[in-house]
Design a protein around this ligand. Structure first.
Ligand code: NAD
Length: 464
């Protein structure tokens, strides 16, 4: 392997590691290893595979402090969040699918006249996975757990920006006794390793998490090769806040939605529709909360918001704010660069709040930073229409003390997820996925996801 890539610590701009960058040759080797491992892995009984996956989960748990540190150093995320959410949730997901696989139905009898028939569910073979940089470990677990539990082998290409926890997880898998070739991780650039993986002729199923722009490319390639493909893409989530809420609580929670992972969360709320009767109070509270957010290096224990993942991402966020203001948005809270003491070279920005018309670029496009766009509404219908006017459809939330109204609005917002009186609601077993521009292919985290990684075969015998 000739090329290496630099992995940078976003909290201070220093070099964290130099990591090998694979290309088509390494993807070929990984697919060959996964193919070689497939038959034996698929031939295990589900409970045998589950034991091995739980052993892997045990080993990850043993290393969870290191995994959380890697995640914080690599992504810049607050260590408390990496410890409290990213790592444990990933591991829980692995265990959830291991358990689910032991009670799933693999052979379903069919009641057909004069034919003895059944549907037989079998794994596909080698499945490819490409992930983004914002939740590397959690997404790795969400993605590969159902595929492995169903008896597939996998080749993973993590984001070249944040490959460390995925590479460490692969090492832990080998140490924990997961058979060689079952889980393969090849770090590399998208146009190189990523393109080689998604177009590989011996991949039987593909899964991509990332931007809609790249997702379309992956979907095209898979379409040409007739490879089933799961796409989990970006969003511009809305929050609709009615005038009967506890304003302080809703404002505090929505402030948290844009500072979580420094706003680099695909499903978070970045378009806030606030009822006109509470608009000024809401804006006052949310501004106070955001001004007090502690912005510091990810590894500092009391950090509430770390840096953005890279200078490229910081330029993207600042560029959006400039374009938004140039086209008529007003700032409620400025945003912009900030340098915490002792971390001058990190990629920090302050939270930004904008307001203006709903055709502004900052209201319509995914910025992927700690920014929200505020809109005022008067009636329910208008708010729902505003939510649904974008092509995205990953997650929205509705906030109201009137649960009948909240459920009514939740049903009418077009997305994979509609949350009530909260934003970013996750649990293993709770389906999560996108509609329209935010994704196709069934989502993650649910029993259906497990079945997505099994293909159907009909077995039939005419009865004379
Ligand atoms: P991205 O699309 O730029 O990159 C994602 C991955 O694709 C990376 O591993 C990259 O190397 C690879 N890639 C890039 N070009 C490729 C190509 N031509 N062929 C194959 N692979 C290629 O996204 P990003 O900047 O890493 O992440 C941010 C995006 O991910 C946002 O849009 C965010 O909303 C989305 N996201 C979605 C979810 C979800 O569950 N829906 C979760 C996390 C992030």
């Amino acid at each position: 392997m000739s090329a290496t890539g630099k992995v940078v610590n976003p909290s201070d701009g220093s070099l964290l590691a130099e990591v090998a960058l694979g290309g088509a040759a390494e993807i070929n080797l990984a697919v060959a290893a996964a193919e070689k491992a497939f038959l034996a892995w698929a031939a295990l009984r589900p409970n045998e595979r589950a034991v091995l996956l739980h052993r892997f989960a045990d080993a990850l748990e043993k290393h969870s402090a290191e995994l959380a540190q890697l995640e914080s150093l690599d992504v810049g995320k607050a260590i408390a969040a990496a410890e409290g959410f990213d790592v444990p949730f990933g591991i829980q997901c692995l265990r959830y699918f291991a358990d689910l696989s032991t009670t799933a139905q693999y052979s379903v009898p069919l009641a057909i006249k004069n034919i003895e028939a059944r549907t037989w569910r079998v794994p596909y073979g080698v499945c490819g996975f490409i992930f983004p940089w914002n939740f590397p470990f959690t997404l790795l677990c969400w993605g590969v757990a159902p595929a492995l539990a169903a008896g597939n082998t996998v080749v993973v290409k993590p984001s070249e920006v944040t490959p460390l926890s995925s590479l460490f997880a692969a090492k832990i898998a080998a140490e924990a006794g997961l058979p060689r070739g079952v889980l393969n991780v090849v770090n590399g650039e998208g146009a190189n390793a990523g393109a080689a993986l998604s177009s590989h002729p011996r991949i039987k199923r593909m899964s991509f998490t990332g931007s809609p722009e790249v997702g379309k490319k992956i979907g095209e390639v898979c379409g040409r090769n007739l490879v089933p493909c799961k796409l989990e893409l970006g969003c511009k989530g809305a929050a609709v806040v009615f005038d009967d809420v506890d304003v302080d609580s809703a404002a505090t929670q929505l402030a948290g939605a844009i500072t979580l992972n420094t706003g680099q969360v695909c499903c978070t709320a970045t378009r806030w529709m606030i009822h006109e009767k509470i608009y000024d109070r809401f804006v006052g509270k949310v501004t106070d909360v955001l001004k007090q957010t502690k912005i510091d290096p990810g590894m500092d224990r009391d950090t509430q918001m770390g840096p953005l993942v890279s200078e490229v991402q910081r330029q993207r966020v600042l560029g959006y704010l400039e374009r938004g203001m140039a086209s008529g948005a007003r700032t409620v809270l400025d945003g912009g660069k900030v340098s915490p003491p002792d971390a001058a070279n990190g990629f920090y920005v302050q939270p930004a709040l904008l307001e203006g018309s709903d055709d502004n670029v900052c209201c319509r496009e995914e910025i992927f930073g700690p920014c929200a766009y505020l809109l005022k509404f008067k009636d329910e219908e208008a708010a729902i229409a505003q939510v649904n006017q974008l092509a995205y459809g990953l997650a929205n939330s509705v906030w109201s003390a009137d649960l009948k109204r909240a459920n009514r609005v939740a049903e009418r917002m077009v997305a994979g997820n509609s949350w009530i009186n909260a934003h970013n609601v996750f649990a293993y077993g709770l389906p999560y996925g996108g509609a329209n521009l935010s994704g196709t292919g069934g989502g993650v985290n649910s029993p259906e996801t497990f079945h997505d990684y099994l293909r159907s075969q009909t077995i039939a015998r005419p009865l004379n």
